[in-house]
Each structure stands twice: as C-alpha cells, then as structure tokens.
Design a protein around this ligand. Structure first.
Ligand code: GLC
Ligand code: CA
Length: 540
C-alpha cells in the first residue's frame, strides 16, 4: 500500500456515533457508519485512542495499551469493526501515545509503590528543570512521598516515559506487535518528536523549555529502532508522526524513506498563523502571507529533500479551519471546498477530520460551563489570573478551545442530531439542524466535492507523485502551486479571500483541462478571474 495515493479519515471515537445510548460514541457506532465512509472513498480510518484510560485527556492518558476501554466496547467489537472495514477495503490506523502513560497505568503505580524496575521507566529527578507543561504550569510534579519529581510534559496525570531504558522500548515495541498481529495497518504516533530527551536535562528559559527536549538527535535513533523492530518489515503499514514545534530539516529526516523512520509527519506551523506572537491563547485574524510562505517552504523543501507531509486543516486539537480562515456567514460552502482543494491536490497524504466533509463549524458555546477539555479549563484560569475579564477570557477560549472540534458528529435533524438518544458527553454545535450528514447528502455539495478530490488523487499520478513548486508566490490573495510528474503538470490556484482577483494564466495552461473547480465551469483565458474563495485545478 503506497501511502501517496491514499486519503485518511480521522475519527474521534467519543463523538462519532453512540449505539448503546450512554452519550459517548463507540466502536459499534463506527462500524455502523462504514458504508458512509466507503461512500466518501477514504482508505484508512485513524481512531483517536480507544484504550482504557481515566480520560483526563480524553484517552491520550493511556492506562493499558493492549486493551479496549469498556466505554467504547470490547476487543470483539474492535475485531469486528476491523474485519468489516477490511471487507470494504478500508484499513485501521491506531493512535500510539508513547511519550507518556497515565499515572493510572500499572507501570506508574508499581513505580510509586517502590519497585525500582518501574521507577526506571520514568523520568525522575531530584532537581527539576524550569520547563513548563504544555497544558500550563510546572512540567514536574512530586513523585509520591519521595523527594523526587517526575516529568510530565502534558497533564500531571500523563507521566513521560524514559526511552533510554531498553525495557521501556521493548514494552512499547510489543504493543505495536500486538496490534500488528491483529491486522492493524496504520499507526499515528502522538507527539513522537519529544520522546528522546537528553540524558542530562538542562534548564531552558526559551520557549517554555521546548528547545531542550524537542527533535533531539537521539529522537531519530529511537524512531529508527522502533521501525526496525516492528512495522518496518511490513510495506503495507502506514505511519505518521505528530511533530510538536518541529522543523523542515527534522521532518525530512523523519520521513526520507532510506532512513527508515516514518512515512510522514504532521506539523502545526500553518495552524499558528492566527497566534499573536506565537501564543495560542490570543486572538488575531490569520496572516495569509505567513500561511503562504509556510506552505511554499514546506512544500518545496520536502519535495526537494524527498520527505513527505501529512496534509490537514483539522484534527481533534484544533478549532475548525472554516471558522479560522473563511468568512463562513456568507462563504461556508465555497470556502470549505477551497480549503479542501488546497491540501488534497498538494504533495503529501491528506487527512480529513470527521465532519469536515460536511462543512461542520465550531459549536458556538455560550459559557465556560460547556467546555470540558483540561487544556481549555487551565487556559481560562491562567487568562483570568493574568488580569483578563471573564468575558475576554471566555472569548479567547471560545475561539481556541480543542472542544471546538470534539463536539458530536452531526448526522441528522433528530434530537441530539442522530449521534445519540441521550445527552452527549459534550454538547452539540448550534448548527446541528442546518449542517448535518442527512442534509448534506440530499442537498449539499461539499461531500461530493471531497469524493471527487479523493478519486482524483487515485487517477492522476501528478497529484500523488508529482513534485511541488510555488506559483505566484508574491500574490497577496492567491495560494498557488504547480505539480509536475513526467510530462504532466497540474496548476492549482486558491483564492483565500472573498474579493475576486485577476491573474495572468500562463499560455500553456489556456488549453488545459479543469480537473476540479468550486464554481461553474469557466473559460481559461489569459486574464483569469478567481471569484470569492475560488479554487481551480488545471491539468495539462
Ligand atoms: C497530542 C494529542 C493531544 C494530546 C497530547 C498529549 O498533541 O493530539 O490530543 O492532548 O498529544 O498526549
Ligand atoms: Ca456509547
């Protein structure tokens, strides 16, 4: 299975479909919707964590890597889901959270109880560093009633593992073997570029300590070891690493095939272009120049360096891209299609986050009482402590909370939108009645646009294999690029704004074929008009 012509669909299991009416999505719910996903045309389903967990970070705090959380069902349910998916030629990608375990995990509990063997699984120090947790506050917490501290780059209940310990690596590689034996063909590795800490940890006042533990050279060695010990032997397996605050140079190293690390990487630079001074808990209109520059530098350098990007606008940690980049009140549909084209025709493997294919929006919650995410709750407290009014703090959380994308999938217009018959664990978005699958499939056009994009990737090697070059790099409104493969070329033009613009179409494309367009057919003239959020792909 080459990963270049595939499209992967991310499911947040808690919010997809609830079949036993407890308000939480489950594995049987995913199985039930397989025909829908087949209709869309995706090749693989990435499931956010489904393992036993106290759910302090919605499953990214794993308490047992080789079991199913009863909240989601049983191992039989998982096997049945996988078999049913395989019947439809859809594979499963599991989320592997290998930087840390839940403090409920047996390893941490045994460590706390004094077992030396398990204490060596964690990063314990007498003297903590000045690093700041990514969820706010100190990154170190007292280790039981000893005088030591354990490192937690995330929540206090997510204890970082010590990858230098060969016993830890063995345990984790066995986890991969367990799931490979079950027929799992994909792995998404959570924050995998911070697993390799240096042996001597240093204070680092810069950027909350990130440079001290991110993309360290040893990190590449650990990933290579993991590849060689497990999935590296099966060319059908697809791997993607989530890279926090990374660089292009490192992502080329992680994905250049000869290095045998991973197939592709997620990076988040393009989703920080609406962060003021690089800080998440602020509000600012997105900076198009920066976005374009990032797309071009990543696109070009990964192409030249033979690296591979995972392409995405949305996931379970991001507010919906439509709310960030598009004037949705007027242009939700055209905007959704333009954003989709911008990445699906690009060089890399596209990911669709559930609901994106019907143009779902942020939920528009009315008060802090509706938010549950640990990061949002901490951020709100920190904003208040920093002197913001309740209203101002709420507005920021509302724009930035991870809960924005975690609300239940909007299936139809019944109570709870067909997600469940009972109150969902997180409230539905306000637009559930107007934006839902049932409506989209009867009168919408976003879903069918995604279907087309997915098929185009399978039909045209220029999309799956072609090189990347910037086009009109200086234009203030157009994100354009050129893909080339053998004697074929594809020119993709995306207008990121509501104002129409005119560009000069190169001669050789005037007789080209329009592969996809989010407006009715247009003539290819030298002076080409691109309407509000128009996206056009011309093949020759
Ligand atoms: C990743 C996950 C996020 C989680 C964090 C810690 O960024 O996507 O949801 O909170 O890692 O595991
Ligand atoms: Ca359920």
């Amino acid at each position: 299975m080459s990963f270049k012509d595939k499209v992967i669909y991310q499911i947040y299991p808690k919010s997809f479909l609830d079949t036993n009416q407890d308000g939480v999505g489950d594995l049987l719910g995913i199985q039930k919707k397989l025909p829908y996903l087949k209709k869309l045309g995706v090749d693989m389903l990435w499931l956010s964590p489904i393992y036993p967990s106290p759910q302090n970070d919605n499953g990214y705090d794993v308490a047992d890597y080789t079991a199913i959380n009863p909240l989601f069902g049983t191992m039989e349910d998982f096997e049945s889901l996988m078999a049913a998916a395989k019947d439809l030629n859809i594979e499963i990608m599991l989320d592997m959270v290998f930087n840390h375990v839940s403090t409920d995990h047996e390893w941490f509990q045994k460590a706390l109880a004094g077992e030396k063997k398990y204490q060596d699984y964690f990063i314990l120090r007498d003297q903590p560093t000045d690093w700041v947790s990514k969820f706010g506050g100190n990154a170190w917490a007292p280790f039981g009633d000893t005088d030591q501290y354990y490192l937690h780059l995330y929540d206090e209940t997510q204890a970082d593992l010590d990858w230098h310990n060969p016993a830890v690596r063995d345990e984790l590689f066995n986890v991969l073997r367990f799931w490979l034996d079950k027929g799992v063909k994909g792995f998404r590795f959570d924050v995998i570029n911070v697993i390799g800490k240096d042996q001597v940890l240093q204070d680092c006042p810069e950027n909350d300590g990130k440079p001290a533990y991110t993309d360290r050279p040893i990190n590449h060695e650990f990933i290579h070891m993991m590849n060689q010990a497990t999935f590296g032997h099966d060319p059908e397996v697809i791997t993607v690493g989530e890279m926090s605050s990374t660089t292009i140079e490192n992502c080329i190293l992680y994905t250049e095939p000869q290095r045998e690390e991973l197939n592709m990487t997620f990076n988040f630079h393009h989703l920080k272009v609406d962060y003021q001074d690089g800080k998440k808990w602020t509000q600012m209109p997105f900076d198009f120049e920066k976005l374009k520059e990032l797309f071009h530098s990543w696109g070009t350098q990964m192409s030249v360096g033979n690296g591979w990007n995972a392409l995405f606008w949305n996931n379970h940690d991001q507010p919906r891209a439509l709310n960030r980049f598009i004037e949705v009140a007027e242009y939700r549909v055209a905007g959704a299609k333009m954003l989709a084209s911008a990445i699906h025709l690009n060089r890399g493997t596209p990911y669709i986050y559930m609901g994106e294919e019907i143009g779902m929006l942020d939920p528009d919650f009315d008060s802090m009482a509706e938010y549950v995410d640990v990061e949002s709750l901490n951020a709100y407290q920190e904003l208040i402590a920093a002197g913001k009014t309740e209203k101002a703090a709420f507005e920021i959380v509302k724009a930035k909370s991870r809960d924005n994308s975690r609300t239940p999938m909007q299936w139809d217009q019944t109570t709870y939108s067909g997600f469940s018959e009972t109150t969902p664990w997180l409230p539905l978005g306000k637009t559930a009645d107007s934006i839902n699958v049932e409506k989209e499939l009867t009168e919408g056009s976003i879903f069918s646009y995604y279907q087309q994009l997915i098929q185009l990737r399978k039909e045209y090697p220029v999309i799956s294999e072609g090189t990347y070059q910037a086009f009109l790099a200086e234009h203030p409104a157009i994100y354009g690029y050129l893909r080339s493969y053998q004697d074929q070329e594809l020119l993709v033009l995306n207008n990121f704004f509501a104002e129409a613009v005119v560009i000069e179409l190169p001669e050789r494309f005037m007789k080209g074929e329009v592969l996809i367009n989010n407006y009715p057919a247009a003539e290819l003239t030298k002076e080409l008009v691109l309407k509000s959020y128009q996206s056009l792909a011309i093949y020759r």
